[in-house]
Design a binder for this molecule. Structure first.
Ligand code: GLY
Length: 382
């Protein structure tokens, strides 16, 4: 796989990257006009084996493309993007009632959450609150955590994955919108239990922790998407970094800040992290350096690091995020009108399942645009 590595951060020209993102996403919208959307397919997820792959609204990634459209509107204030964002957001409205997955945070917060932030549309607010209610039904008092998956019942009794940290933002927002603290309490309990049970002494995290829902005790710790039970799956570490940074923002509880800082320490002290700070898909894959990268993990890390950098002094998180963003922009971006019209190359979705290896992924693009927007705030401050 030909990826360049460089530690040199050039200043990212945010305007230029958004201009590119607008053009590339316009090509995506054209592609979607002619794509087969029978079977309720609504949102692009990846481009694999020469084919654009769309998902239905139930898929965990269905909210990212609407989120990308909201970020384009956020940056440009162009009505064209507002219309498209509203259109694609509307397609996943029914998921607010979905009680079969923990992924409602991803699906509803990236779409309706951004939509509400930018438009204050009361209908969006209602969807966010209903989605938080649906997500809350998956909370188990005994274990103090939200159940992630309902599948593979023969393997896990009550699986919780590190990714689930990302879904807590929806709950924090629902408490802010309603004054009902029950959402907040569930989020805090989940974050606390995850801190106790998901992390190793070096602050790397397990992917899956399985609980006994009757006793609340941990039964086993392993992985689904990582190299092995004891390995550090790159995107999982990025979800943890982002999740605890967000928990600190929402609660002001210092322990979450320290947790995020310790996760950052694990990532950046890891000897397998390449100089360009775009991680291999799993920090413990013995095939490194001949292993695929995961650009999605890098994009999530960059976005999280910009926020984390604002919560303490004397850190170099912003500089690290700048390096990641510059390298993504200069070395991992697809030429216009290629890559199935996705923005970034070289992500890894599910390597153990031999699925989505070295491909574009919609969530890599989403967090890349989010990181660009966050980086702009620093540029404006300067
Ligand atoms: N949340 C699923 C993933 O990160 O692949």
């Amino acid at each position: 796989m030909a990826v360049k590595t460089t530690a040199v951060a050039q200043k990212v020209d945010v305007a230029k990257q958004f201009k590119y993102a607008e053009e590339q996403t316009s090509y995506m919208l054209d592609a979607l006009k002619t794509a087969d959307t029978s079977n309720g397919l609504v949102s692009p997820r990846t481009f694999e084996d020469g084919k654009l792959k769309l998902v239905n609204s139930k898929d965990w990634t269905s909210g990212f493309f609407p989120g990308i459209l909201w970020y384009l509107y956020d940056y440009t204030h162009d009505e064209k993007w507002l219309k498209q964002a509203q259109l694609f957001t509307a397609k996943i409205t029914n998921e607010q009632y979905n009680k079969t997955t923990h992924d409602l945070g991803f699906m509803i917060y990236c779409s309706f959450g951004n939509g509400y932030r930018l438009t204050k549309d009361e209908r969006y607010k209602k969807v966010i609150i209903q989605a938080a209610r649906s997500l809350s039904t998956r909370f188990n008092e005994k274990a103090g955590v939200i159940r992630s998956w309902d599948h593979n019942k023969d393997k896990w009794k009550y699986p919780v994955i590190i990714d689930n940290m990302m879904n807590l933002e929806l709950l924090f927002k629902a408490t802010e919108l309603t004054g009902d603290s029950s959402f907040y309490k569930i989020a805090v309990s989940h974050a606390d239990q995850t801190m106790i049970n998901h992390f190793r002494p070096d602050y790397s995290s397990y992917h899956v922790v399985d609980y006994d829902p009757e006793t609340g005790k941990v039964i086993q710790k392993n992985t689904a998407q990582g190299y092995s039970a004891e390995s550090a799956w790159a995107r999982g570490q990025a979800w943890g970094l982002y999740g605890y940074t967000m928990c600190y923002r929402e609660t002001g509880d210092k322990k979450y800040l320290v947790q995020a800082q310790n996760i950052a320490k694990f990532i950046f002290n890891n000897p397998t992290l390449p100089k360009d700070l775009i991680p291999y898909w799993d920090y413990n894959d013995p095939a490194i350096p001949n292993a695929p990268r995961d650009v999605s993990a890098a994009a999530i890390m960059a976005s999280a690091l910009y926020e984390l950098s604002t919560y303490s002094t004397g850190n170099d998180y912003k500089e690290k995020a700048d390096v990641i963003l510059a390298n993504l922009s200069n070395h991992y971006k697809a030429p216009l009108n290629t890559n199935g019209e996705f923005i970034l190359l070289h992500s890894t979705g599910h390597k153990p399942a031999k699925s989505e290896i070295d491909v574009p992924l919609t969530y890599a693009d989403y967090y890349y645009l989010e990181a660009l927007l966050r980086s702009r705030k620093f540029a404006n401050a300067e």
